[in-house]
Design a protein around this ligand. Structure first.
Ligand SMILES: *Cc1c(COP(=O)(O)O)cnc(C)c1O
Length: 206
């Protein structure tokens, strides 16, 4: 089963409401303050499920662990420790480890050689539930067909990596968060089971 995460950062609440009325409950946000305002607008709608997909600033970890249901961008132990400490009297926070693609120069993510160690650490944290891996592509020219072909073969490698990861860490690992508006088809063909779609759903951001 593939899940659709509607990435609503920079999108109007009205558009989110239209989507929610069609049965979409998973929304992704990158900025804590913006997300809190939106959460307030949906506080009577159940079950809204909020995913944090932005860069995690350490002074925001408490709010993130309190207010969100998922975090896709955990990429170091220090942040994991803080998220774990901030989640009090709630069901565990679902987390994915964000992996850095070897070719990516400018986004977050942990190096592939350190993923298993971080996963082991997170598995031992009572307030965090490790659910899987998150892959982010490089920024690229939107019309570059060659790039898309390359991307698909890279994504196939990440899918195999994910299967190994799942075999190692067990059946609670059920999420490969891979694919955005631009590269969703390549990611889905490669085996992604959660796509994070913003502009292709909502139109361009404000
Ligand atoms: C903004 C964002 C998305 C959505 O990007 P679109 O190109 O609008 O689909 C997905 N994932 C992450 C981590 C993002 O920051």
């Amino acid at each position: 089963m593939v899940r659709l995460l509607a990435v609503s950062k920079g999108q109007a609440v009205e558009k989110m409401k239209q989507l929610q009325q069609l049965g979409q409950y998973h929304f992704g946000e990158n900025y804590v303050q913006e997300a809190l305002i939106k959460m307030d607008q949906f506080k009577h709608v159940s079950p809204m499920i909020w995913h944090f997909t932005g860069k995690i600033q350490s002074n925001k970890t408490r709010l993130i662990s309190e207010k969100f249901d998922w975090v896709h961008t955990v990429d170091n132990e220090r942040i994991a420790v803080r998220l774990n400490a901030g989640r009090i009297n709630q069901a565990p926070l679902n987390v994915c480890i964000q992996i850095k693609m070897s070719t990516s120069l400018h986004r977050g993510g942990i190096g592939v050689n350190d993923v298993f160690a971080l996963a082991k650490t997170i598995m031992a944290m009572p307030a965090l539930e490790l659910r899987g891996l998150m892959i982010m592509p490089e920024l690229m020219n939107q019309h570059d067909i060659q790039n898309k072909a390359n991307l698909q073969s890279q994504y196939e490698k990440w899918f195999h990596y994910y299967i190994q990861f799942q075999q190692h860490f067990g059946s609670k690992i059920d999420t490969l968060s891979m694919g955005m508006s631009y590269d969703r088809l390549q990611a889905l063909k490669a085996g992604s089971n959660l796509v994070r779609i913003g502009t292709a759903l909502f139109g361009s951001r404000i």
